[in-house]
Design a protein around this ligand. Structure first.
Ligand code: FAD
Length: 279
C-alpha cells in the first residue's frame, strides 16, 4: 500500500529520568518510519518542565527531525519568553506551539502581562518575523473555560489573525465537531490549516479523567460500550483502534490537512493506526 500524501506529526512530553529519555529515543525511532513533519514536546506552564522540554527538543534536533517546543506563556515574564525563544532559535528550532497554558494551582500567574495565547502569537510575530512557524491550539468542542461557543470562536479567530500559521486541535471523537468548527472559522476569514489532534485510547478510566478536564467529549455510545468491557483491555483496545482509525480515515478523506498524534510517549497504538491508514 502506498503512503497517503498527507503529513503526520507526533507529540511527546518530557521525561524525568535517564531511562525515560532512552526509552523515548526508541519510541521516536519507531515513529520516524512514518516520515513525520515534526515531533513536538509539551511544556508545563510557568516553565515547570523547561529543562526537560529543552533537552527533548535538543534530542529530536540531533536525530535530524524538525522539533516544535510547546510554549505556554502564562506565569512567564515577557523577558523570560524572549530568552526562551532566543535559545530555541539558536538551537535551530523553526516551529513553536504557542499556548496560554493552565497555571497549576498555588503557582502565581507571573508579571509578564501576557494573559492569553493571542498576545504570545503577537509577540513572536512582531519580534521574530517569519523565523518561527507558529502553531496555535483549537477546540472544536470549545475550550472548557469559554463563556460561550461564540466567544471562544471569536477568541480563536483573533489568535489566528494575530499571526498564526496553523492550528492543532484538542482531541475529539466526533468528526462532525471538527468539520463544523472548520466551517465556522472559515466563515470568519481564517484560512490557516487546522490539524486534528488525535488521541488513541489506551485506558478508558484515564481517558474519562482527561476528557472531563480538557473539555473533550466521549460520545455516549462509545463511553457506554467501552464501559461495558470493564477490565477486558483487549476488547477496549480493539474497539478503540477501530473507532479512532475510522475517524482518521474520514478526516483525511474529507479534507483534514494532516494529523497530529498525542502519543503519550508510546509508539504502539499510534503506529497501528498509522499503518492501518496506509502510512
Ligand atoms: P487561549 O487561546 O488563550 O484561550 C484560553 C481561554 O481564554 C479560552 O476559553 C478562550 O475562549 C479565552 N480567551 C482567549 N483569548 C481571550 C481574550 N483575549 N480575552 C478573554 N478571553 C480569552 N498546556 C500546557 O500547559 N502545556 C502544553 O504543552 C500544552 N500543549 C497543548 C497542545 C495542544 C495542541 C492543545 C490543544 C492544548 C495544549 N495545552 C497545553 C493545553 C492548553 O494550554 C490549555 O487548554 C489552556 O487552558 C488554553 O490554552 P490556549 O493556548 O488555547 O489559550
Amino acid at each position: 500500500m502506498t503512503s497517503p500524501s498527507k503529513k503526520l506529526s507526533f507529540e511527546f512530553f518530557p521525561t524525568r529520568t535517564p531511562e525515560g529519555r532512552a526509552k523515548q529515543v526508541i519510541t521516536r525511532k519507531q515513529l520516524r518510519q512514518f516520515s513525520p513533519e515534526f515531533f513536538s514536546c509539551t511544556s508545563g506552564a510557568g516553565g515547570s518542565t523547561r529543562d526537560g522540554t529543552m533537552q527533548t527538543i535538543g534530542d529530536i534536533l540531533a536525530e535530524g527531525t524538525a522539533a516544535a517546543p510547546h510554549l505556554p506563556c502564562i506565569g512567564m515574564t515577557a523577558a523570560e519568553i524572549r530568552e526562551l525563544l532566543d535559545t530555541y532559535k539558536e538551537m535551530g528550532v523553526r516551529h513553536i506551539v504557542a499556548l496560554r497554558g493552565d497555571i497549576p494551582s498555588g503557582m502565581g500567574a507571573g508579571t509578564s502581562g501576557l494573559r492569553y495565547a493571542n498576545e504570545l502569537v503577537e509577540l513572536i510575530k512582531n519580534e521574530y518575523g517569519s523565523h518561527f512557524h507558529i502553531e496555535i491550539a483549537a477546540y472544536p468542542e470549545y475550550h472548557p473555560q469559554a463563556r460561550s461557543a461564540e466567544d471562544d470562536l471569536n477568541h480563536f479567530v483573533r489568535k489566528a489573525k494575530a499571526g498564526a500559521d496553523s492550528a492543532i486541535t484538542q482531541y475529539f471523537y466526533n468528526a462532525d465537531a471538527y468539520f463544523r468548527f472548520l466551517d465556522d472559522v472559515r466563515g470568519r476569514g481564517v484560512d490557516i490549516p487546522i490539524i486534528p489532534g488525535i488521541m488513541p485510547i489506551a485506558s478508558f478510566s484515564k481517558l474519562v479523567r482527561f476528557s472531563d478536564t480538557c473539555g473533550a467529549e466521549i460520545p455516549r455510545w462509545l463511553r457506554l460500550k467501552l464501559q461495558s468491557y470493564a477490565d477486558d483491555s483487549a476488547a477496549i483496545k480493539a474497539l478503540a483502534l477501530d473507532v479512532v482509525t475510522e475517524m482518521c480515515e474520514r478526516l483525511l478523506r474529507e479534507g483534514a490537512p494532516s494529523l497530529h498524534f498525542y502519543t503519550l510517549n508510546q509508539a504502539g497504538l499510534v503506529s497501528t493506526i498509522c499503518q492501518r491508514l496506509g502510512y
